[in-house]
Design a protein. Structure first.
Length: 291
């Protein structure tokens, strides 16, 4: 009986491992194929048939990307937007969630209800555009990427759940020593909140890195982002031949440039995830189990 159970358990483990490997291959191979094809000669890649490695290795696609001034500027804007926007959003949302977590805050239920209502109802694109462009005068300004995205209700609820679980004795002892709420928040609460901070930071970083719609509405030519340029390449191939001719790289095609841009816009955020993975998993579980 024990041998039978042991054999069935081992069989399940082997089947489960093979299934997970198959799923990983099916998930990762398309990205790998994009990378391999982008490193192939553009004219040769147009013939197709590239599977596991470049048939004719070439970096002409990446030469076009990194020699184009608009692409470099978009790369800088995207990095600045991601770093500043993520830090500002985490700090602003964390301050809101920390305040709402205090039962003695006057009007806390009203503030929380006003925030939750925005999850289900919105004014729409036209009122949003009018508020940002006409009344806040942020169109064409870098702050248009930061200020409208400072607060997210879903992220605030996750942080609120985490802050409620913190021991109250820590704050009470700090207040006895004369610390005010700001000092407690920055020197005590935030340092012990790494799991939830990493989770919310990753959410915001992915959002800012992949955002293109607000850049299309408010950014202008000087504030182009990588994702916006990628959308332009996907929707129109007219600029590919112009860039290639200016750089003397006539073999570059719209498809090859599209793949190279996809790799450049994807890899940075992918490489960021391993550094916050241990905090990310813990933070998500805290928000889901106790929420």
């Amino acid at each position: 009986m024990l041998t039978s159970r042991s054999l069935s358990g081992k069989t399940f483990d082997v089947f489960n491992a093979l299934l997970m490997i198959a799923l990983c291959v099916c998930t990762l191979y398309p990205f790998y194929n994009i990378l391999v094809t982008s490193l192939n000669d553009p004219a040769d890649a147009a013939r197709g048939g590239i599977t596991f490695w470049p048939r004719e290795f070439s970096i002409e696609n990446y030469k076009v990307v990194f020699r184009d001034d608009s692409m470099i500027r978009a790369f800088v804007v995207t990095i600045a937007r991601t770093v500043i926007g993520t830090a500002a959003a985490v700090l602003f949302t964390g301050a809101f969630a920390y305040g709402i977590s205090k039962s003695e805050l006057v009007g806390r239920k009203l503030f929380l209800m006003m925030a939750i209502v925005t999850m289900y109802f919105s004014g729409g694109i036209i009122p949003y555009y009018l508020v940002v462009a006409k009344y806040l005068h942020m169109k064409g300004h870098f702050l248009v990427y930061i200020v409208p995205n400072l607060f997210n209700v879903f992220n605030a609820i996750i942080m609120l759940t985490f802050f409620r679980a913190l021991p109250k004795e820590i704050e009470e002892s700090a207040k006895i020593d004369g610390a005010n709420d700001l000092r407690i928040f920055f020197q005590l609460v935030l340092p012990v909140s790494k799991p939830v901070l990493a989770t919310i930071a990753l959410y915001n970083a992915v959002f800012h890195w992949n955002a293109w719609y607000d850049a299309m509405l408010f950014g202008g030519e000087k504030l182009l982002t990588l994702q916006q340029i990628l959308m332009q390449i996907i929707s129109s191939n007219s600029n590919v031949s112009l860039i290639a001719s200016q750089l003397g790289l006539g073999s570059v095609t719209a498809a090859s440039l599209k793949l190279a841009t996809m790799v450049i816009t994807t890899l940075p955020i992918v490489f960021t995830y391993p550094f916050v993975q241990k905090y990310f998993v813990q933070g998500v579980m805290i928000g889901s189990v106790k929420g």
